[in-house]
Structure formats: C-alpha cells, structure tokens
Design a protein around this ligand. Structure first.
Ligand code: SF4
Length: 186
C-alpha cells in the first residue's frame, strides 16, 4: 500500500490550513503555492472573513452531523466554500460523492450564516483547476436522500467496501478495511 498520496494530501491540507508541517515535501509546498496564486486563492486573500479547517456540528433532519470544511471565505458578494482535492484524477462516481460532500458543507454554512453559499468549489490542486458545484433548491432534497441512504445502511448494518482510488488516502485502509487488496486477492 502506498501511503505517499495520503502523506502528501495531509501535508498540503495542513499547509493550506495554516497549520505547522515539519519538513514539508517540496511537492506539498508547490501545491499550496499554486492555490495561493490562483484566482480563488487571490479572492481568499482579499476576503473580509476567512475560515480554514472549520469544524462544524449541525442538525439536519433530526441527525447531528459533523465535519471539517477546508476553507470558506466571505466577501461583499457572499460566501465561497472550497474543498481541496489532491487526487490526480476524479471519476464520475468520486465526483458525485465530492458533490454530495460539498452540499452538506453548504447546508452547514447556511445554518451558520442564514444563507447558502453563493458558490461551492472543488479545487483540484494538481490541475490548478476550480470546479464549481451548483447549489440551490435541490441541495436540501439531495442531502435528505443521502442521509436516508446512510440511515438505511446503518439499520441494515450494510457498509460494503468500495475499493478504488480513494483508498490511497483513506485512513481505514490496512486497518478496519482491506481496501485495494480486495481488488487483487492473493
Ligand atoms: S480503504 Fe476501504 S473504506 Fe477506505 S475507501 Fe477503500 S474501500 Fe472504502
């Protein structure tokens, strides 16, 4: 199992979160600088409020949810929500999961600020690219459906592993979950 992707992802997230990193890899520093020099990074630098590594707890449909938002910032136009991704490629299923993740984050910020963010973005660090995720009327309905799927899985104790690219940085691999070993059984 390679832990390189996970270590790099951890280092970049810490650097971008303003947290100390001992002997940061040059690649992590370059990815951080790439974001800071991007148009999104420059907007962050000019914002009137910036929150990084933002812990949240909020009630949604009777369920307490927690998470950590990589970055959000507020300027005169409203709130921009950002989640960094260090993966080199994002397939359709992963993109769908990331989109749902941002929707929940958006609802958490709505609970905090009273409004949905005006913009929610995945920032693909290796590509230096911003991918915007649409928010709107459907955001709450989609999160309600996802929460329903989670509850059903919990009630049925059904959490099948889905090995793939995310195993590279998943903290369960090699511990609670065999991860990609499932793809190449001995
Ligand atoms: S290690 Fe297991 S839980 Fe983690 S992403 Fe891979 S299959 Fe899913």
């Amino acid at each position: 199992m390679s832990t390189g992707a996970r270590a790099l992802g951890d280092a970049v997230h810490r650097l971008l979160g303003g947290l100390p990193v001992e002997n940061p890899p040059a690649e992590a520093l370059a990815l951080r600088d790439g974001f800071l020099e991007s148009s999104l990074g420059r907007e962050m630098a000019a914002a009137r409020r910036v929150e990084r590594e933002f812990d949240f707890l909020f009630h949604f449909e009777g369920t307490l949810l927690r998470g950590i938002i990589d970055l959000w910032f507020a300027d005169a136009g409203g709130v921009t929500l950002v989640d960094y991704k260090t993966g080199r490629s994002i397939g359709d299923s992963l993109f769908a999961a990331y989109t749902d993740q941002l929707r929940f984050y958006a609802l958490a910020l709505e609970a905090l600020t009273g409004r949905l963010p005006r913009r929610a973005c995945l920032y693909l660090l290796h590509q230096g690219r911003t991918v915007e995720v649409a928010l709107g009327e459907e955001t709450r309905a989609r999160c309600r459906a996802v929460l329903g799927e989670w509850k059903r899985a919990q009630e049925e104790d059904e959490w099948p592993p889905r090995p793939g690219v995310p195993c590279e940085w998943c903290s369960f691999e090699g511990g609670a979950c065999p991860g990609r070993a499932l793809l190449d059984p001995l």
